[in-house]
Design a protein around this ligand. Structure first.
Ligand SMILES: [Zn+2]
Length: 267
């Protein structure tokens, strides 16, 4: 089995504040960098328990340089930094992979499930809709997996995100690391969380993966609501885009790659 793990940080057990997931306060950040690494390692171990031969990990948070690679199992390839490819948090994903896993993901912009809830950019985007469905980073990148027929078998993150996953992809295994309440989080114990990740990933990869492949529509209608009207005006000049109101831009595509390309160049 060839497995892809996309790892974010805002849904890692315990994460509550931006200074825990950005490099500016090293003494705080390094604790959570270590914890993110350990949750990714747990997912890798679960995949190896299920017989994975090859694992690709995308460090998909902030600088893309958070995971401490020395701790990863030897059959892991780690993608660090950002290439500029439209696939963003699942760069290099293609139909050669048997499954996609997401670790440390978080609730979408405008939802209360995580104090750090956002979609792609907390400073630029108010909300994103694909075919009228309000969209998180999970849903956006899950559609890339669907295009390539790759099943999305496991997602860990806050409880709000896990509810969205159950709604959109009922056969995907979820693991809730925390419940977001206002600007706080209620967390499970980190070691308990790691054990659950390893166990659930193993179980998810040992069952019928095909039931976790999403239907992939023929056309996509994207609506992006920006925080600032200036950003919407700028994005409305992307070829094929339409300004719906001062802050909202619409874009249609039959190939989902073009939806991701729009996001790359306008956000
Ligand atoms: Zn992030």
């Amino acid at each position: 089995m060839k497995i892809y793990i996309s790892a974010d940080m805002e849904g890692i057990t315990g994460v509550t504040h931006w200074d825990e997931v950005e490099h500016n306060k090293p003494s705080v950040y390094t604790q959570f960098q270590e914890r993110m690494t350990k949750e990714v390692v747990s997912a890798c171990k679960g995949a190896n328990d299920a017989g994975a031969k090859e694992i690709w990990v995308k460090d998909a948070h902030y600088s893309g340089r958070n995971i401490l690679s020395e701790q990863l199992p030897e059959n892991v390839k780690l993608i660090r930094g950002w290439s500029g490819h439209p696939y963003s948090m699942v760069q290099e994903l293609d139909d050669s992979f048997d499954a996609l896993l997401m670790v440390g993901y978080h609730s979408m912009a405008g939802k209360s499930g995580n104090p750090l809830a956002h979609t792609m950019s907390s400073s630029k985007l108010d909300s994103v809709f694909i075919n009228e469905q309000q969209t998180s980073e999970f849903f956006l990148h899950g559609n890339i997996a669907a295009k390539h027929g790759v099943p999305l078998v496991f997602v860990s993150g806050d409880a709000g995100l896990c509810e969205e996953v159950k709604d959109v992809s009922p056969n995907t295994t979820t693991h809730a690391t925390m419940v977001g309440v206002g600007d706080s989080t209620i967390n499970i114990q980190p070691e308990t969380s790691r054990k659950a990740i390893r166990e659930k990933v193993k179980m998810a990869l040992s069952s019928n993966l095909k039931k976790c492949i999403w239907a992939h529509p023929d056309s996509f209608s994207l609506k992006v609501r920006f925080i600032k009207q200036q950003l919407a005006y700028r994005a409305s000049h992307y070829p094929g885009a339409t300004l719906l109101d001062a802050k909202t831009v619409a874009f249609e595509a039959s190939d989902f790659d073009n939806i991701m390309r729009f996001m790359l160049f306008t956000v």
